[in-house]
Design a protein around this ligand. Sequence first.
Ligand SMILES: NC(=O)c1ccc[n+]([C@@H]2O[C@H](COP(=O)([O-])OP(=O)(O)OC[C@H]3O[C@@H](n4cnc5c(N)ncnc54)[C@H](O)[C@@H]3O)[C@@H](O)[C@H]2O)c1
Length: 216
Amino acid sequence: MRLEGKVCIITGGGSGIGRASALLFAQEGARLVVADKKAASAEAVAAESSRQGAEAIALEVDVANAAAVERMIEKTLEKFGRLDVLVNNAGYGITGSVVETDADAWDALMAVNVRGVFLCSKYAIPAMRRSGGGVIVNTASVVAAVGIANRAAYCASKGAVAALTRAIAIDHVGDGIRCNAVAPVNCWDGWELRKRSRPASCSSPATRAGSPPARS
Ligand SMILES: NC(=O)c1ccc[n+]([C@@H]2O[C@H](COP(=O)([O-])OP(=O)(O)OC[C@H]3O[C@@H](n4cnc5c(N)ncnc54)[C@H](O)[C@@H]3O)[C@@H](O)[C@H]2O)c1
């Protein structure tokens, strides 16, 4: 098992890619913190992970809120005594060109998609240092690298996540902390495709959508 005994936080773990990651981590022996702003979703995924034999807790956390994020790290350390892996996955998208995008909606999205990654990393890294190192995985998006129509704020936020990933990786390599980003596209069960019957009309080469495991 590749994550035997590792303490892993997954933000946005209550749904979609975060939930699929939590269940895979559980199979790989991780001890899990499923963090989500939706408490019921986090509880359900923690329970599913426990049924797979993992030690798992659920935390209600808004990743845009510094005090809540700090508490998330404290509760993780109280429960498990260490932190090995942080998956910064919480995020969402809105539609609109720059002209059409409401300024408050832009700020709200940046607060989750970018500030959330910053805050969770800011409070996780000292705990990882004390654990002797760790791994941060940020869920960016293919839109960090290629254009997609009608998603100006979302594209900007994921570009920022990609740049922040590189900055964290360089700053903390000496702490034994690795930081990488993944760039999904067209995963079913996520916001991007809920209202669509076929893969998004971006310049992606993907010919099919990724699908998380069915709910147990
Ligand atoms: N699904 C895709 O095709 C796709 C493609 C590229 C990137 N992504 C990225 O993957 C990540 C997960 O997307 P998904 O499709 O699984 O979406 P999803 O909506 O199924 O899951 C996102 C989860 O994040 C939680 N969340 C939202 N705001 C939060 C906050 N402020 N604090 C804590 N939790 C919060 C939601 O409650 C939800 O459970 C996102 O960052 C998204 O941008 C998804």
